[in-house]
Design a protein around this ligand. Structure first.
Ligand code: XMP
Length: 515
């Protein structure tokens, strides 16, 4: 990809959003740790650089810094919040802790823009911006002018238009900032002179060509779960290598009700080599007695690898051939890429090294795409809408929706309850607002009364989130009458559940899945 923006990550909470917004503007970008060296930056060859926000104060010892050489590359830079202060600090300005409460700003703030500068071209002169900073630029560096202010802060935005350097104290990537995407678009198109080459159609053509070249005459074994990501990858690989693709679907015993049959039915219609492996016993025996979430994930991730290896041998796939999986960008980030914290290890990042070594290469061509980009790509490839718009289902399946150890009995309870929830959501027409919805079996028991008798049974939690990228999410405002129907049906129809709760936590601070 010739046209790239580099997003240098200083640990801010909205960093994924910056990348999403840039890509929405049809410009490719990657998030890299701020520790990237100058040489690495040069060879990445970005047309522009964005410094993200971050939790630090630039004047403190050990605060993240950049090589000052970055300002000599002749590449435009946009600094956001910490990134803005870092640019000011490095180029000879002065940043201090805000002395007065007024210079410290959090939340929606009325902001005034100098619309003569490229960053704010075409914007209204006044608008709401989202602030979140406790530091203050006491002196801006030479060459910069003040191009934005609020009632409390004279330098909400600074610019050195000659060098193409811009800094904003607020967060243009957050939807609360009015015209924020337009500011980013201005940076990309007016300042960095982007052409807008990043489209799914283009990605599709380029990736198919690259895959053909890389795979040559080799064969590919694809880990196919039937979810959006691996289904889209199946279509992409089928386009690239045709019948040299073998798609292996593993039923690990933690699938939803009827899922195995549904996946088989859907893919049997395709003109691909589809294999279903019944590995329930294998996985459940390995999971027996294990309660720790990461440990469950590790066991499942590894076992998947060993099953795929067995299948590869069965089908004569050798070390000269390839293994492919539908890893996407959030899988990489949340599994702890670079300096980021490991939130949870997504199953496809847990393949044992000895499995990887049995293939020429592991192909993950979607590992830089966000969920909604994958859906767009699926449509581009002509996949049926029911596959493209399916709600995501995590590789480890119900094993990470049963808190505590996983048993066949618990799986049976959860499967029934989850099926009722999904059926009622589908009947209610709420699927538009429910991006992902499922049931979780807690290991809490509580007292209830049914008929005239006391019960002491399991507590079930319903979870539904509304999101497009699954990196951040809000809990879905499902109408009460729908929740009521689900609750009544579950308690009446599913033995061993006597209490149903609804999870009203967004992400962050929670995650979508409970484990
Ligand atoms: P969390 O729980 O991390 O989930 O907020 C974000 C999205 O990722 C899905 N997820 C996974 N998908 N393998 C997957 O393929 C995994 O190990 C995994 N863990 C979480 C989750 O269902 C949600 O859509």
């Amino acid at each position: 990809m010739a046209e790239k923006i580099l997003v240098l990550d200083f640990g801010g909470q909205y960093n994924q959003l910056i990348a999403r917004r840039v890509r929405e503007c049809n410009v490719y970008c990657e998030i890299k740790p701020y520790t990237m060296t100058l040489e690495e930056i040069k060879s990445f060859a970005p047309i522009g650089i964005i410094f993200t926000g971050g939790p630090n104060s630039v004047y403190l010892e050990n605060a993240p810094q950049v090589d000052p050489g970055i300002f000599e590359l002749g590449v435009p830079i946009l600094g956001i919040c910490y990134g803005c202060q870092l640019m000011a600090h490095t180029l000879g300005g002065q940043v201090t802790a805000a002395q007065e409460d007024t210079a410290r700003e959090y939340g929606k703030t009325e902001t005034y823009y100098d619309t003569r500068v490229k960053l704010f071209k075409g914007l209204p002169e006044k608008g709401i911006s989202w602030m979140s900073h406790g530091d203050y630029m006491a002196k801006v560096p030479e060459g910069f002018t003040l191009v934005g202010h609020t009632d409390a802060c004279p330098n909400a935005a600074i610019a050195d238009e000659k060098r193409g350097f811009y800094g904003v104290q607020f967060h243009p990537e957050v939807s609360h900032t009015q015209n924020g995407t337009r500011m980013l678009r201005n940076f990309l198109y007016e300042v960095c002179h982007a052409k807008g080459e990043w489209t799914m159609d283009d990605f599709c053509k380029r990736t198919v060509a690259q895959l053909r070249e890389e795979i040559g005459g080799g064969r590919v074994l694809l880990a196919l779960s039937g979810g959006v990501d691996s289904s889209v990858l199946a279509a992409l690989l089928a386009e690239a290598v045709g019948d040299r693709l073998t798609c292996v679907f593993v039923d690990h015993g933690c699938m939803r009700k009827n899922e195995g049959d549904e996946v088989e039915a859907a893919f049997s219609k395709w003109n691909i080599h589809f294999v279903r492996v019944e590995a329930q016993e294998r996985f459940l025996s390995k999971l027996a007695g294990v309660s720790d979430p990461q440990q469950k994930r590790r066991i499942i991730g590894a076992e998947f690898g060993y099953v795929f290896l067995d299948e590869a041998m069965k089908f004569g796939i050798t070390k000269e051939d390839f293994f492919a999986q539908g890893t996407i960008y959030p899988d990489v980030i949340e599994s702890g890429a670079g300096d980021a914290d490991v939130i949870k290890s997504h199953h496809n990042k847990l393949l044992p090294a000895e499995v990887v070594a049995q293939f020429k290469k592991v192909l993950e061509p979607l590992d830089h795409l966000f969920k909604d980009e994958i859906r767009q790509l699926g449509r581009e490839l002509g996949l049926p809408e029911y596959l493209v718009s399916r709600q995501p289902f995590p590789g480890p399946g119900l094993a990470i929706r049963i808190l505590g150890d996983v048993t066949a009995d618990k799986l049976a309870i959860l499967r029934e309850a989850d099926a009722i929830f999904r059926e009622e959501i589908a009947n209610s027409g709420c699927t538009e607002i429910c991006s992902q919805y499922f049931a979780v079996l807690t290991n809490a028991k509580s007292v209830g009364v049914m008929g005239d008798g006391r019960t002491y049974e399991n507590t079930l939690v319903l979870r539904s989130v509304t999101t497009s990228d699954f990196m951040t999410a809000d809990w879905t405002r499902i109408p009460y009458d729908v929740l009521d129907r689900v609750s009544v049906r579950i308690v009446n129809e599913v033995p061993h559940i006597n209490r149903v709760c609804y999870d009203i936590t967004s992400k962050p601070p929670a995650t979508v899945e409970w484990e």
